[in-house]
Design a protein around this ligand. Sequence first.
Ligand code: ZN
Length: 182
Amino acid sequence: MDLIERIQYLSELVFDFDFQNYLSINNKSLLIFKIETKKKRYALLYGNDNKNLLEKANKHYVEAKAKYQYDVSTIFADTDSKDDLFLLSDVVLFSNPTDIDTIIIHELLHFYINSNQKVRLLEHISESAKKIGHDVFEKRDKSIHSLLFIQRLTEACIMYNSNTKNFGSSLDAINSALRFDN
Ligand SMILES: [Zn+2]
């Protein structure tokens, strides 16, 4: 499964959100850039870069582990492209596949919230996700993510792990999803 298929799969599995449909009804494409941390530049991993966004992005290189940028015209003043951009660092891409999954889930959650997508999981959080999320939140740097974000991410990780059993526990999945936060 390549990265775009992985994003589609996780969006559907965890959030019940049809990512391809979102792109097509909004007349958008997705570009995926790799963040090459040693070379301090981005490289095109997926998508048709017909607006030369890679070159524009490289003029404003920012080191990160992962980021979902909704509507690139909001970050690059010199483009009218409304396409979305998913940035994943080589550090993430060198991880094992389940640890890549949790980072994709984490970034997808930011994206749904930032762009006000209708996602069932954003409307209801289970009592167990609230409790586990609260405990996770208490042990972390509270300035990075809100309690509500962590609780939503916990719900997502419980959903992911109950479907895949890729982690020994949901808590392991949540810790994986937050492993670059400290
Ligand atoms: Zn985050």
